[in-house]
Structure formats: C-alpha cells, structure tokens
Design a protein around this ligand. Sequence first.
Ligand code: AP5
Ligand code: MG
Length: 219
Amino acid sequence: MTLKAHILLGAPGSGKGTQAKRLVDTFALTHLSTGDILRDAVSKGTEIGLKAKAIMAEGKLVDDDTVNGLVFARLLDETRDVLFDGYPRTLQQAKALEDFLSSKGLELGMVVNVDVPQDVLEARVVGRRVCSNNACGAIYHLASKPPKQSGICDLCGSPLKHRSDDTAEAFRSRMGEFNSTFQPLLGFYRTRPTFRSVDGHRAPELVFDSLRQIFGARA
Ligand code: AP5
Ligand code: MG
C-alpha cells in the first residue's frame, strides 16, 4: 500500500500537537512534528540543534533546506502513514515535500487546517507547559488543562517545562512568521480534494471529534 503523508496546518497554539497525539493513537500514524524534532536536536546539542537554538527561541523559522532535510530523512525510514504537525510551513517547504513524495512514489493524504481566532492564541501559548520527557511530550495548560500535581506530568511523572519560545515576545514573533507565510501555503493546498478546515476554537474533545470523522473517512 502507498504510504501517505497527512498534514495538520495551523497557527502557533492552534492545537496541532494536542490533536496530533490523539490522531496518531487512533489511526496508527507516525507523528512527525518538526518543532519536536528540532527541540530534540537542540537538547542533544547536535550541529543542527546548535544552529536552530537561538532562531527558535526568538520565534523565527529555521531555514527551509535544514527542515526539509530532517523531514525527508525521517520519511525514508517510515513504514506507516505519517501525520505532519508544523510542516510544511512555507510555500517552499510545501513544494519540496510535493516533489519528494512524487519522487518516492508516496502520496499526499489529508491536509487539515485547524482554524483558531488569533486573539485567543497568546494565552494558550504563554500558559502551556509540556512534559520534559521527550518520549512522552504531554501538553498541558495552567488554566484549561492543569496537571493533577503542579509541575508534574500526569502520564509519566516527569517534571513539566515551559518552552523557551512560549513567552509573549517570542509568541508575537512566531505569529509574525505565521502571518507572512500562511496565505501562500493555504493557497497551495486549499484546492486539493483532501483539504479540510476545522473550527479549532472549541473544546479539544469537540475538535478531535471533527478530526476523527475526517481521518476516519479518508480515502
Ligand atoms: P512548533 O513546535 O511547530 O510550534 P508552533 O507551530 O508554533 O505550534 P505550537 O507547538 O506552539 O502549538 P500547537 O498548535 O502544537 O498547540 P498545542 O497543541 O501545543 O515550532 C516551534 C519552532 O520550531 C518554530 O517557531 C520554528 O522556529 C521551528 N520550526 C518548527 N517547524 C518548522 C518548520 N517547518 N520550518 C521552519 N521552522 C520550524 O496547544 C497549545 C496550548 O493550547 C496548550 O497549552 C494546549 O493545552 C492548549 N489547547 C490546545 N487545544 C486547545 C483547545 N481546543 N482549547 C483550548 N486550549 C487548547
Ligand atoms: Mg506543537
């Protein structure tokens, strides 16, 4: 069977990671979050991580060739359909992915935009806490999804951390990057037969219900 690459599009804090974690469990997909892959490289101090660290902390985008290279290396090893979260995020990345998929006989799957009004995103991001154990990576929010025990992951017991780019200042820079790259990206995918958009400004369970229907009915 042809391996498919599904995509979740959306602004910083729109809920891509939260929803991707549930979707990959439900539909046996591999979660490929370029943010997570880059943060892992930063924490390991690899060459790419050293280059990306300051760029990410400032809320800027890592260059297309570096990100494409990381993604394509992962795709070559994959045996399951994948779900991208945070990739592609520029038109250049989308075109490079398209070329890579066709050169390897792989297919574009569902492309789903998680649509959230911008005025609610900053509070989501600034209040987010994430599990420091990369293998777990559970996502919390101090107000809307607090852990049972303050500062401790419910799932694995590791300490929670605040991402270095989850400050108000870095968030605004990330939104600036998003606003200057998103419309061309949306234009590239909007007319595809597998493109969908969901209202992400609802309770996470309701957003997931919509996504489950979309992925459950996929070709
Ligand atoms: P990345 O990690 O991809 O960050 P992002 O796109 O900014 O998205 P976030 O992870 O902030 O938000 P999310 O949509 O996953 O929301 P979440 O589910 O956590 O990228 C980080 C950086 O890496 C970039 O700035 C860049 O430097 C670099 N990078 C990554 N990919 C790149 C690429 N392709 N090219 C170049 N550079 C790249 O939810 C957020 C919060 O909201 C949580 O607290 C959660 O509990 C809460 N929440 C979730 N859903 C809901 C809901 N429905 N209602 C209320 N609260 C909710
Ligand atoms: Mg995320």
